[in-house]
Design a protein around this ligand. Sequence first.
Ligand code: NAP
Length: 294
Amino acid sequence: MNDKIIDGKEISSQIKSEIKSATEILKSEKGITPGLAFILAGEDPASKVYVRNKGRACSELGFYSVTESLPENVSEIELLKLIDKFNRDDKIHGILVQLPLPSHINERKIIEAIDHKKDVDGFHPLNTGKMMTGEKCFLPCTPYGITELLKRKNIRTDGMNTVVIGRSNIVGKPVANLLLRKEFNSTVTVCHSRTKDIKEVCLTADIIIAAIGKAQFVKKDFIKEGCVIIDVGINRTEDSNAKTGYRMTGDVDFEDCFEKCGMITPVPGGVGPMTIAMLMKNTFDSAKGVIYER
Ligand SMILES: NC(=O)c1ccc[n+]([C@@H]2O[C@H](COP(=O)([O-])OP(=O)(O)OC[C@H]3O[C@@H](n4cnc5c(N)ncnc54)[C@H](OP(=O)(O)O)[C@@H]3O)[C@@H](O)[C@H]2O)c1
């Protein structure tokens, strides 16, 4: 693959193969098989695909996994009961409730019901708080995957200007927080829908992390020569040449930025596969007792 392309598929395969070997050792030496429980509520097709792909990764790595698919009209109480069952199940080291949940369910209440020691998505407020203060905790998978891509590609972050576009709780805010850590020492600016002149801010960036959910928002006139671009966005764009009638595009106009940038993640095949790999890493670390003692 071209040197400029940050191949998330390849890096995630390396990570998964490291986890697979470590899992064999964990099984043979300690008799522990990492176990992950998925809870899927409703019929959202994208959520079904995500859960299926994560389940596949579990079988690839030799993990135990179980999926509970619940109807759209499932009650909050039923969901809470299921979470409680998995919280008390010793075979389960990670619980993942696929978001978004049906609109009548209080998402916060559900996330907070998960034992924080099994919160492999890193969304529980206890883990979020520990992340802020730099304590050992489960890191949210997409931001964790982004920092791992930067590390494994030896992309310099120290003293670099990083512009994060998007301030969501699952991507923008946590990735900004991680890159502020002494481990990365980046100077971080976070943009959102009320930021004045995003283009001007982006032009100061050595690294841009785009997580807004707007297809091809970042164009070449947003970036300075040599800028590293991490494209988190997943958008469906109409394409009459594609069999399905659409194709997946990121928040960055890849073709437009390619010549001018230093490196770039493709969509698909960039950040997406890293998110799954880091979910597997969190589950493995949970089973091994690396984050919280077992
Ligand atoms: N690859 C992966 O594994 C992965 C994982 C998670 C998400 N994603 C994708 O990443 C994208 C972002 O996801 P998310 O959950 O972070 O999204 P989100 O919760 O919808 O947040 C979007 C953020 O972008 C900002 N924004 C929206 N339009 C903007 C604009 N025109 N200019 C500047 N900022 C703008 C919003 O600003 P305000 O706060 O001001 O509204 C908000 O902070 C989506 O495409 C999602 O599918 C991918």
